[in-house]
Ligand binder design. Structure first.
Ligand SMILES: [Zn+2]
Length: 475
């Protein structure tokens, strides 16, 4: 959960059919959105993505990504777009594009790459999705599919900000043909910008390594970008068509890139909240809350939630946009289909307002309890509900959770810091095990090998820059 507005409305988009020339391929195709709609759509989605995911707070690194991306995009078939490349604060390995020239890469994928040329291959691929208008097409298809489903209410976890709004863009799936085309276009842009295309194969091999290392739980970027088959080999084959004289002058920038990663946050950032068992602690917003024991829970971009094991009750914590608990509660109880009365009070010394309610939703009648709590200049919404038939059996557990919201005073928790990548120059050739022993940290030798794209039997070579991880275990 991050410090930002919890909810932004979905843009209403018009779907109008038209036949247009695909700028990247030169072919005519059915386009459901015009270019001006595409630009408006992109702008709207961009605001939501920035609000939901947050930008990584490193202006130098962000400017580097923007500069590199722009350098390639101006060589594409759509140089006139207002290309925007953003570095988002997310540990997952992902990159994605929304229509109109907005491209996002996560700090997670950035730290797993080993050269500027590898980053260029990721950016080139995403630029390809924009120039070939794949994303515009996909979003339109998805919207057509969603028409008639109705707008979610506060009672849908999606609308509560858990996976809502523009975040759906992250789950768009491209076809294998689109993927092949984006790979091909990415190669074209890399070559035009004089980046060594042999690094694209290494980038794809790293994605495979990550997938293997996580026991088949593939990185986000792969899950939304289906493998068109032998991607690394195809990238190698494309690179092999480039004459040796041209290759020899091309940019890799291995050391320069690695040095840029010095200090980048590695893994989840506990400053944005972390779990200790069922207890959720937020050092930045300085609060804690204990969820019902045994309920699966998650800390998402704009909400924290737990769901009963039977999946029939949920507790969601998010930020309300009102100035006071009373104002927020009155707004809630004035909602359509909601019955109940707000009562002002306090929770562990913090001003609150809320109460029990019943509501009619798309999924039937629900019963629950809501509390709005003022703390640290913000108003928090604690919402618990279940279908009316199971609520009586769940309310004791969730009331305890709502009553557990309090100011965080645990000094160790307040001082918690994320793990970071640290760059070292090794002065002798070392096995990964010897390296891990000499440079101990919170991650194991397998994670270090992965982070450095080193395979079983590989070595960290003398005079090489190597990424290690520094930090302390969570309290
Ligand atoms: Zn793709």
């Amino acid at each position: 959960m991050k410090v930002r507005s919890p909810f932004l409305a979905l843009p209403l988009l018009l779907a109008l059919g038209a036949c247009a020339v695909n700028p990247a391929t030169g072919k005519r195709q059915l386009m459901l959105v015009s270019e001006s709609q595409e630009l408006a759509m992109g702008k709207e989605y961009d605001q939501q993505i920035v609000a939901e995911m947050g930008l990584y707070d490193d202006p130098t690194l962000a400017a580097y990504v923007q500069k590199l991306g722009l350098q390639m995009a101006v060589l594409s078939e759509r140089p006139q777009l207002a290309w925007t490349f953003r570095l988002v604060d997310d540990p997952v390995v992902n990159a994605f594009a929304v229509p109109g020239g907005y491209i996002y890469i996560t700090r997670g994928i950035m730290s797993q790459l080993e050269s500027e040329a590898q980053l260029a291959s990721v950016l080139g691929h995403e630029i390809g999705h924009v120039t070939a208008r794949h994303t515009a097409q996909q979003i339109t298809k998805q919207q057509v599919a969603q028409l008639g489903l109705g707008i979610g209410s506060i009672f849908s976890p999606v609308a509560a900000g858990i996976a809502g709004g523009a975040m759906q863009v992250l789950f768009l799936k491209f076809s294998r043909d689109d993927e092949s085309q984006a790979d091909e276009l990415g190669f074209r842009y890399m070559r035009a910008a004089r980046y060594d295309p042999r690094e694209a194969g290494d980038m794809f091999r790293q994605l495979v390594r990550m997938s293997d290392a996580s026991g088949g739980r593939i990185p986000e970027w792969q899950s939304t970008h289906p493998d068109p088959g032998n991607r690394a080999e195809k990238a190698d084959a494309r690179a092999a068509t480039v004459p040796q004289t041209e290759l020899s002058g091309m940019i890799v920038h291995h050391d320069e890139y690695i040095q840029r990663l010095d200090g980048i946050v590695y893994g989840d950032d506990p400053r944005q909240g972390f779990f200790s068992g069922a207890r959720f602690l937020h050092p930045t917003l300085r609060f804690e809350l204990t969820f019902p024991a045994g309920w699966p829970h998650a800390n998402q971009h704009s909400a924290v939630f737990a769901q009963s094991a039977e999946k029939d009750a949920v507790v969601v914590l998010s930020l309300a946009s009102s100035a006071t608990p009373a104002e927020a509660a009155n707004g809630f109880f004035a909602g359509q289909g909601v019955t109940g009365t707000a009562v002002s009070g306090s929770i562990n010394g913090l001003p609150s307002a809320g109460g029990a309610f019943t509501a009619q939703t798309d999924q039937g009648a629900v019963q629950g309890e809501v509390q709005f709590v003022a703390h640290g200049g913000a108003v928090f919404q604690l919402l618990a509900y279940a279908s009316s038939s199971v609520w009586p059996g769940r309310q004791a557990a969730v009331r305890q959770t709502l009553a557990s919201f309090r100011t965080l005073t645990d000094q160790q928790a307040l001082a918690v810091q994320p793990w970071r990548v640290d760059i070292v120059r090794v002065d002798q050739t070392l096995t990964p095990a010897a390296f891990a022993q000499r440079y101990p940290g919170p991650v194991d030798v397998n994670a270090l090998m992965l982070l450095n794209q080193v395979d079983e039997g590989g070595r960290f070579m003398n005079r090489n820059l190597v990424k290690r991880v520094v930090g302390r275990p969570l309290p």
